[in-house]
Ligand binder design. Sequence first.
Ligand code: RAM
Length: 338
Amino acid sequence: MKKLLSIIMVMAIAASFIYAGGAQEVAPADEDMKLVLLVKSLGNGFFEAVADGGQEAAGELGNVESIYQGPSSSTAEGQIEIIETLIAQKVDGIAISANDRDALIPVAKKAMKAGIKVISFDSGIASGGRIVDLAPSDEELIGRQQIELIAELCDYKGQVAVVSATSQATNQNAWIEWMKEEIKEPAYKDMELVEVVYGDDASDKSYREAVGLMEKYPELAGIISPTTIGILASAKAIEDEGKKGQVQLTGLGLPSEMKQYIENGTCQQMALWNPVDLGYTSTYILYALATGAVEGNPGDVIDCGRMGDVVIGEDGISIMGTPFVFTAENIAKYAEIF
Ligand code: RAM
């Protein structure tokens, strides 16, 4: 793991950048620049923390309005509709956590043609549909780490299953592919990834899917839920089914939401990054693009306030850092922040 981490850090630093943007349009100085954070769906604490980061950045930048938007459920259609409206409103930039990496390309291209700077963050749009994709961490690292975390909890034995977000989510799908790679390693020869189910980042559906897994696999040893909504619903499902201690749980969870389950041992360890930083950095990147401070050329370095310089990498991808791991030891501290 240490070796992988250092390789990734070197990759992140050495990365170069390809620009795919359109004509520049700078907001007149007397008007607020409108920078939008368009999330997968509303009602998700993770994205509310992202919005806080957007507000923080807007406060520092001055003459910036940070606008938070999202559909009521995590669908590409809902996001497309919102982007059409944002084009008509002539906003200056949109940072999108995509519900589908390909389906958003045409509308994103339309926005860029209209002079709006489009980036993706958290869950990427494929190249051609955004200038920059800001990833919270390296996909491979996240996926492999999830298997390591559950293996430690299950003593490297037994059946594990995944409660994911939507079946089209760029980020979860990429992480799951790396989970499938990692579990092929000899250390996990006594483990099996039996099924991936989709809770659609909706609490009720995630809960039902987690219960369904425990009914279908009575010997299930662990659930990995790489979504903040899914892991919370899975924790509740494990407790309600009386499976605490028998079915282990890990994934990507928001410390403020998962604190009680980390402290009572239902989920002994999980990972995540800081969503406030993600919204803050996305807003700084949009600002740099919309003001013309950078065009997004290979190797561009963007001043992102308290996050320091962000280097735009190959294919527009920029990687922020490494996930934190939360346990009963440190959860209280982080739960106060996000
Ligand atoms: C959910 C969303 C988001 C993901 C986090 C971990 O809130 O699916 O895209 O990054 O979980």
